[in-house]
Design a protein around this ligand. Structure first.
Ligand SMILES: [Zn+2]
Length: 397
């Protein structure tokens, strides 16, 4: 049973958290064949069988189950597979990939990781939007279903059948982080009271969920190394030509690196989400570039150019590309630290903007304005004008 969460009872080694293995990308993506150790914040010894802790738990139904749909909602009642259990040391990193228990632990750790990241940017715990009815989120790790979804008290994962060999979404960090993003956003900004949701609100949800998935990816060492090594640290320039998407194996980068403006997309939520998530991505890439300039690691200062995606001249781009490439091996770790800093500045701004949003009175210009406001009150203040210009260029401000 669950005791109330009181950190004072734990020893300092328990407070380090609990270790799991997570694949940053599906393991058929080159370079991501092995899972990476991830520490979640729940103290060792406080994650029980399932896995389960005070915020979420996994149950793995033994027999085929229909996806939840109101009024059919958690908790799941019925026979279940044996739960994933911690090893004798209290960690979950000894489970074998290929077992149902590994699947359960992978889904649990992926959700928990995204929660940890967003809550640390927000500086506070985000309560579940369904906390009136349920204290914890229920995760169903494997349904015989070609989809995954989240809703009132649950997250359910099926299988991606678009591949010759179906791939469980429980092993797909990107898909889980996206769904967790929806849940967190509903918890943080609330559920609209009107039954008629605005097109922008639905589209913003998709953009936010995609961007949270990218922020989650950028917390994996493997992902930072691969993205930087593949591009030789040349994110801005690759992105300018929309080549970063082509050069990338990571789904998050392929989705977010493009030059669509609001006038280029229709009303369907996923389509309409793209200019906003693209602007967030460009902001991240530009802030990374400017941190490189501040630290003497690059020379192309985008502040001397009025509009980021339009006015870069080819010779400037070429010169910068050569400089970064030649210096790359000697500066990999400095570049990585700059990318982590840019990620965190943009992460804080993005999650911080949620404080200014009202789901019942919502539009993309308001959400963009909220970002400008959030960054101007935070560590990334010196980049406020860049945030403004990136969103203005997309037609969002
Ligand atoms: Zn979605």
């Amino acid at each position: 049973m669950f005791r109330e969460f009181d950190l004072s009872e734990d020893t300092s080694s328990q407070r380090l958290g609990t270790r799991f293995l997570v694949f940053p990308q599906p393991r058929f993506i080159p370079g991501y064949e092995k899972p990476e150790p991830v520490w979640i914040s729940t103290p060792r010894g406080r994650v029980g069988g399932g896995p389960s802790d005070h915020r979420l738990y996994v149950v793995d139904p033994l027999r085929p189950k229909e996806p939840y749909s109101a009024p059919y909602l958690p908790p799941f009642i019925g026979d279940v597979f044996p739960p994933a259990e911690p090893g004798p040391d209290g960690h979950f990193d000894e489970l074998l990939p290929g077992t149902r228990q590994f699947l359960a632990a992978h889904a649990f750790a992926s959700v928990r990781r995204v929660l940890d990241i967003c809550e640390s940017y927000m500086g506070q715990e985000v309560s579940w939007f369904f906390s009136d009815s349920y204290k914890r989120l229920e995760i169903i790790p494997l349904l015989d279903w070609d989809n995954s979804h989240s809703g009132y008290g649950f997250l359910e994962l099926g299988e991606d059948s678009s591949r010759q060999e179906p791939y469980p979404f429980a092993l797909n960090f990107d898909a889980i982080a996206h769904e967790t993003g929806h849940l967190l956003l509903l918890g943080a900004i609330g559920v609209p009271r009107h039954s008629r949701l605005s097109v922008d609100f639905l589209a913003y949800h998709e953009a936010a969920a995609d961007f949270i998935s990218l922020l989650g990816l950028l917390h994996f060492d493997t992902a930072l190394d691969h993205i930087l090594r593949r591009t030789r640290g040349n994110l801005l320039i690759s992105n300018e030509l929309d080549r970063l998407a082509e050069l990338s194996d990571e789904k998050q980068v392929r989705t977010l690196s493009h030059s669509l403006r609001i006038g280029d997309v229709g009303d369907e939520a996923h389509d309409r989400s793209r200019p906003f998530s693209g602007a967030l991505f460009d902001t991240l890439v530009e802030i990374f570039q400017l941190i490189l300039v501040e630290r003497g690691l690059a020379s192309l200062d985008t502040r001397t150019i009025r509009e980021v995606r339009l006015d870069l001249r080819q010779e400037e781009l070429d010169r910068e590309a050569v400089q970064l490439r030649e210096a790359y091996n000697a500066s990999h770790f400095a570049l990585k630290s700059a990318l982590e800093e840019a990620r965190d500045l943009v992460g804080e701004m993005f999650v911080g903007s949620w404080f200014y949003l009202d789901p019942d009175n919502f539009s993309f210009p308001m959400a963009s304005e909220a970002l400008v406001q959030a960054v101007s009150n935070r560590r990334g203040k010196r980049f406020t004008d860049r945030v403004y210009l990136n969103f203005a260029w997309r037609g969002l401000l």
